[in-house]
Design a protein around this ligand. Structure first.
Ligand SMILES: NC(=O)c1ccc[n+]([C@@H]2O[C@H](COP(=O)([O-])OP(=O)(O)OC[C@H]3O[C@@H](n4cnc5c(N)ncnc54)[C@H](OP(=O)(O)O)[C@@H]3O)[C@@H](O)[C@H]2O)c1
Length: 312
């Protein structure tokens, strides 16, 4: 398993809580299915599971721990939420390790660019103690990533990666030069919500009603011509619409994190990342997506909570 440029990551946002699954996604998934999903991913050598304390209403990482994570690679996060308190990263990591039932995490992400120096220095200390193997940042803009890399460089620690919102219809970080900066500086770029939480799936496939479905209805109608194009391009490669959305990212050297909670979704992810779309196909997809101008919130949902020095 290549950690610098993994093929794909299994997202666990909707693992663990039937209430979360039912409310947001229209249906809950039982533990047996999640176990199967996990085994299916590991059998396909997709061993990186992306977790955070609050995923699945706090149950996702506990569940992963209870399944046994010794043969997994764990990507976990510290989410700064209040004004900086010394020791806050350590306290949070200890809880995560308890949940996951491990004595280290492979990759630990600073989830938001708050109190950069303080939080990253604590992460550096935990790195030196072996409790964190790699350090990444999430929901950072280019300027913040450069700053983070400099803070870590002072501690002689490389910045492993950036985990940001990115999909065929949300390419802000590419347009602002962050993706290129990552590629030029040997920093891995992981994309969350490559399926836009269900927007980039086939509108003809019937799914149970849910909050997401109601919220996305108008956007899905606007995107009908894009789905047509994705279907046509997909036919050349034996991919369906969500698989084209995933392959769009991996074909550009971006690591897709996909919310998989059923084995078929892991199989689809594997198929998608093993297919490379041509330059022309990528351009056609981007042109159509740009023409339709559908906007999605992405990281703006959380970045309002970013604490800047001097603005307390
Ligand atoms: N760093 C951050 O701030 C941040 C923020 C958000 C998310 N994330 C990470 O990114 C991961 C992915 O985000 P997400 O789970 O919210 O959204 P997502 O991966 O964009 O979409 C998940 C949705 O796509 C559906 N789906 C998955 N595979 C499919 C397939 N092959 N065919 C058709 N539909 C498919 C799922 O269906 P079902 O409902 O049927 O399962 C679910 O509704 C999260 O799990 C989390 O690990 C990170």
């Amino acid at each position: 398993m290549e950690l610098k440029q993994p093929e794909a990551i299994i997202g666990t946002n909707s693992w663990g809580s039937k209430a979360y699954g039912t409310l947001l996604r229209g249906s809950g998934v039982d533990e047996a299915t999640l176990r199967e999903t996990m085994s299916c991913a590991i059998n396909h050598d997709l061993k990186i599971f992306d977790v955070a304390k609050d995923y699945g209403f706090g149950k996702a990482q506990k569940l992963l721990g209870s399944f046994g994570s010794s043969n997994c690679i764990i990507s976990a996060k510290f989410t700064p939420s209040t004004s900086y308190q010394p020791g806050q990263v350590r306290t949070s990591l200890i809880q995560d390790l308890n949940d996951i039932q491990r004595d280290y995490v492979d990759i630990y992400w600073l989830h938001l660019p708050s109190d950069l120096k303080e939080n990253l220095r604590e992460m550096a200390e935990l790195y030196r103690e072996g409790k964190i193997r790699l350090i990444g940042v999430s929901n950072f803009n280019l300027e913040e990533c450069i700053q983070a890399a400099e803070i870590l460089a002072e501690q002689e620690i490389p910045l492993y990666g950036v985990q940001n919102h990115y999909s065929l219809i949300a390419r802000r970080w590419e347009q602002e030069g962050l993706v290129d900066w990552c590629h030029e500086n040997d920093v891995s770029f992981w994309a969350w919500a490559v399926l836009e939480e269900g927007i980039l799936t086939d509108p003809r496939v019937k799914t149970p009603s849910s909050i997401m479905k109601v919220l996305f209805q108008r956007k899905k109608t606007t995107l009908l011509p894009l789905y047509d194009l994705m279907r046509r391009i997909g036919e050349h490669h034996g991919l369906n619409i969500p698989e084209v959305a995933i392959s769009y990212c991996s074909s550009k050297g971006i690591v897709p994190i996909c919310g998989c909670r059923k084995p078929y979704q892991v199989e689809a992810l594997v198929k998608a990342v093993h297919t490379t779309l041509s330059e022309l196909e990528l351009q056609q997809l981007e042109q159509e997506a740009d023409r339709l101008q559908v906007t999605v919130l992405g990281a703006d949902m959380f970045r309002f909570a970013v604490r800047k020095k001097g603005k307390e």
